[in-house]
Design a protein around this ligand. Sequence first.
Ligand code: GLC
Length: 706
Amino acid sequence: MKYYKIGHPFNTEAVINNLCLEVQNFEDLFESTHFKGVVNETINLTCPLEKNDVIYGLGEHMHGLNKRGQVYESFCTDDPLHAPDRKSLYGAHNFFIIDSETLPVGIFVDFPSKVTFDMGFEIKDQLHIAIDGKDATIYCFTGLSKQEIVKKFLMSIGQSFMPPKWAFGYQQSRWSYENKEAVKSIADEFDKHDLPLDSIYLDIDYMDNFKNFTIDKAGFSDFKEFVSDMKSRDLRLVPIIDAGCKIESGYEIYEEGVKNGYFCEDKYGKPFIGAVWPGKCHFPDFINPETRAWFGSKYHKLIDLGIEGFWNDMNEPAIFYTEEGIEDAVEYAEGIKGKNLGIYEFFDLKDKFMGLSNREKDYKSFYHKVDGTSYNHYDLHNLYGYNMTRAAGEAFESLEKRILMFSRASYIGMHRYGGIWTGDNHAWWEHLKLNVKMMPSLNMSGFLYSGADIGGFGGHSNSELLVRWSQFAVFTPLFRNHACMGTRVQEPFRFDDESTAQLRNVLKFRYSMVQYIYSEFLKARQNYSLLFRPLSFEYSDTHSRSVEDQLMYGDGLMLLPVIESNVKGRYIYLPEKTLIWTVNAYDDYQYEILEKGHHFVNVDLEQMIIGIKKNKLTLISKPSNRIGHLETDTMFVKGFLEDKAEYTLCYDDGINRNSIVKDFKITMTYKDGVINISCEGDYDCNKLEYDVVTWDNKRHKGAVNV
Ligand code: GLC
């Protein structure tokens, strides 16, 4: 494990526990690998790829678990159309592993601006990394298995953010529930339909004219009382915060920011202006610690009103337009006015207007000030959303209580301060698929608390897509349904009675699984491991390396989501004999042992299937409609037993930052046809009931009596 500094790289603070040895010569970095590097005005790294090499990682990106055959760009981008040819999304996560059959190599390119990863697109057996600059730190992990590489990398970047336990409940969002009545009626509908719910989101319309840290008095009068009314129903409100701050005299954020020089500046030293929701805005210079402390302190305004969670948005940063951009476009349009436009002029005209948002030219026109040195934004672009979330995370450190925080834009390192959601996906089956494939790579980049907009943000969802998506999302830590304005309403009670019933079972199943999910989250965080893993992280057979639509999860589960429409089942591949748990509801399920190999398994829409590995157990409880109401007095053990299985359930108070993680261990043995259970730790074993299947295909049910 080595690292090398090329030139004078900016300290991104992605790596906080450097476990690699610094080398003095660039050539030494790649010793024992096939990488070659060339440094000029830009840095280029290449590496031949073997036929069977699999590339895992790169965090938030299009395409599969295996990243081969495509080009990816690391440049935080606000693009709501995640089409297959999109090279960049909202996050910049430059860590990947080439999993070769002989020598796995892990690479982390710590560089805060654009990096292009050609993973065998131009030349199918060559990887090419182009770094748009000449100052970067490159980390190279070799001599380890891929599991060890991930662990060492995660150790270097530090532990993940820890959300409060209620944030593992179901969360409902829409742009926008425009006033208190709308929010309240959503809560009422959930209760009326007996649907679990822990929080409702406030999108931009809760603000006064889209001004951060303000409340729209007309729609949300007596906000504190409203928050507390919802809290008395055990529901949290989660408001959005945007990066751009409205230019308006008298507005506190604007006044203080300008007075103290907290905003990014243009080349004349004036606060940079770009437009977002409120029209013209200034952008806090989050990379500057003083700005972070100032902006972070503003979250307390809402915390003081009872708020316990936030989502940070538009922090790539998204810029709808700048005055210069409009001038360029208008000038061009005026220049060709009245002319007979040929194909090239016409497309140029169109591009000028279509390309007004998020222009590279605009990103190059403003500056950050760090320790007295000025940096062009373009050169630090990928650190912007990271440091906005860091501003909040640092401000929350003074509180005993954990605050939910997740962001749209991110860079590795931000995972210590918050999670991420995967932005403006669509109500497309392809995006359910993408959600499945992305989870392991997000985990590899440190982001454990993550999830997609269930049902899809853009476009119109139907009940089948929502059911199938929710079934997969049962396992994603962030379990939130969110949709764009103008789209079909997609709360779980919006369709027909049958769909509501199906979704009720799915949501309740999540609540009954939450002890296990939370426990596995705690373990992944503590052990620097992955919650979601490709099959090849647990099985070494060749076929496991090419499975793209099944994932290993936590301790002993295999997720087998249905991700196609109008199907009544799916193909699955089992590298070993596995128990298939077909769940209609937490208390209505079947078991079937399937042998190693390929199978087609029937899965009706109201069903989900989960694999349980040999000698593995999972624990569920009765569901509830709020995380805080879960009863864990009786817990139910499910499992597949050959001879001996152990499961350790980790838990904490779910509320406080310094809560101590406790655990208890269940051991179950099977010998001569007899099941034996013992427990260690702080839980009365006699409160357990079990329903497990043994290797000889016998089902054993009962209450523990020790
Ligand atoms: C962005 C966000 C989306 C939000 C919308 C309005 O598009 O990604 O989640 O609803 O802005 O705030």
